[in-house]
Design a binder for this molecule. Structure first.
Ligand code: UD1
Ligand code: CA
Length: 456
């Protein structure tokens, strides 16, 4: 697209104090992953030659979440222009286009960034991104000249009442010819309400220099900044709207879209049906025609075509449910393969296991996979039948076609085709029920008589 190389600078050295959090602001998840990871993936679509993340000291986790990226440290944070100066030191004599992104505005789309870059193709040295939020709140305002060209940016705290009435706001994202922008940085001062070096002052300086300026606009949901927990919730709502739309467009039925929550990487095949109140945590793939019934929670799980999950099922990481298998209500599956057509329908925990094709796992079956120290595997062969309320003490194997009687505790392997039952002998007492009732009635009558005496 562009002939000049591209560098991306992501600013994330701010303190984020309004989040009131011990977690770095840009590591707060949106759509199941850190904000900064969204940006990192988006910029990949532009094929950048360099990606630099500006953070405060000791923010290795932030750089890691943006990998692969180079780190620049800004300490103390003296403002966004100073932050870009720190990136400049890392970029050295980089010559090409530069895009500056704010780590706390994670939802900008690659297409928008491409439009911004296109502004530079027209000869401008600096291209700004504006947007028109319903409530312009604390955003910087884009001040236009009489001809509709960009004149300068005024930060909310420094703005007059007339300037605050401007609806066009600074998204905080800009593209520039790197060398031109770098040349302006030393001229930016901190004589303003916050005492910070504002990157936004580059606009007025660029105008003084006679640099061409370009302006692009973005949709509000793309550039809403996250400064508070309320903003974080709004960003989450925005990505969820996007993900629901994406699922519907991919041929998925969502009976009540608003009640279903997705992650950035949720992958649903055509003709999947998702009933209300389902949560897809990260790492879930669902094959064509599968049905995810109401109130299920899935994470790190693979569900194959035409399987049925739920209602009220929980699939944890490493769950792999094969074609036409059923996982029913109040069933938890962790790190286990449920092979084709197997049924695990009620009140069961299957962890660290393989359940063979067509096996039937009765209600209340538990794989006892953990002894407080290690985790152990349970192997259940194809076509096996596990009676209700069975405890399978791992490591243990139940062979193909075997039957385990209800209520058993299976601590030794069961061979293929065997019937195993560990139940205690059942005692039968002829006429015992009637004798029991007679005794019970007599006891109750005596107690009642005693009470009556007591009160009189
Ligand atoms: C900024 C813009 C404002 C815009 C708004 C959009 C400036 C001066 N203002 O305001 O015009 O409307 O974003 O969301 O740029 N950062 C550093 N080092 C610093 C200061 C900030 O890396 O010294 C980083 C922050 O971590 C954050 C980003 O820069 O990711 C923006 O900083 P923030 O303080 O949130 O700026 P706003 O007041 O939101
Ligand atoms: Ca901000």
């Amino acid at each position: 697209m562009s002939s000049s190389p591209l560098a991306i600078v992501i600013l994330a050295a701010g303190i984020g104090s309004r989040m009131k959090s011990t977690l770095h602001k840009v590591l707060h998840p949106v759509g199941g992953r850190p904000m900064i990871a969204h940006l990192r993936e988006t910029v990949d679509e532009l094929g950048p030659a360099r990606v630099v993340v500006v953070t405060g000291p000791g923010a290795d986790a932030v750089v890691a979440a943006a990998a692969p990226a180079e780190a620049a440290v800004q300490d103390p944070p003296l403002g966004t222009a100073d932050a870009v100066a720190k990136a400049k030191a890392v970029l050295g004599d980089f010559d090409g286009d530069l895009i500056v992104l704010y780590g706390d505005a994670p939802l900008v789309e690659a297409e928008t960034l491409k439009r911004l870059l296109a502004g530079l193709r027209g000869g401008a040295k600096l291209a700004l991104l504006g947007f028109r939020p319903d409530d312009p709140a604390q955003y910087g305002r884009l001040v236009l000249d009489g001809a509709g060209g960009l004149e300068r940016i005024v930060e909310f705290k420094d703005a007059s009442a007339a300037e605050r009435a401007i609806g066009l706001c600074n998204a905080g994202i800009l593209a520039a010819d790197a060398r031109s922008l770098f040349a302006l940085l030393p001229r930016i001062d901190n004589r303003n309400a916050k005492g910070e070096y504002y990157l936004t002052d580059a606009v007025a300086l660029a105008r003084e220099e006679g640099f061409g300026l370009a302006l692009a606009e973005a949709a509000v949901h793309e550039v809403q900044g996250v400064n508070t927990r309320a903003d974080l919730a709004a960003a989450e709502a925005a990505v969820q709207r996007l993900y629901r739309r994406r699922a519907l467009d991919a041929g998925v039925t969502l009976i009540d879209p608003e009640s279903v929550y997705f992650s950035f990487d949720t992958d649903l095949g055509p003709d999947v049906v998702v009933e209300p109140n389902v949560v897809f945590a990260p790492g879930v793939t669902v094959g064509p025609g599968a049905r995810i019934r109401a109130f299920s929670h899935l994470e790190g799980a693979r569900v194959a075509a035409s399987a049925i999950i739920g209602p009220f099922a929980r699939l944890r990481p490493g769950a792999a449910i094969a074609e036409k298998a059923h996982v029913g209500n109040f069933v938890e599956i962790k790190n286990a393969v449920i092979e084709a057509g197997a049924k695990v329908n009620h009140l069961t925990y299957i962890g660290d296991a393989r359940v063979g094709a067509g096996a039937n796992i009765g209600a209340g079956t538990i794989t006892c996979n953990y002894d407080g120290f290690g985790k152990y595997h349970t192997e259940i062969g194809a076509g096996a039948f596990i009676g209700s309320n069975t405890a399978l003490v791992a490591p243990v194997t139940v062979g193909a076609g075997a039957i385990v009687g209800a209520g058993s505790t299976i601590a030794r392997d069961v061979a293929a085709g065997e019937l195993a039952v560990t139940r205690a002998e059942q005692a039968a007492v002829a006429g015992g029920a009637e004798r029991f009732r007679a005794r019970a009635r007599a006891k109750a009558a005596t107690a009642k008589a005693a009470r009556a005496k007591g009160v009189s």
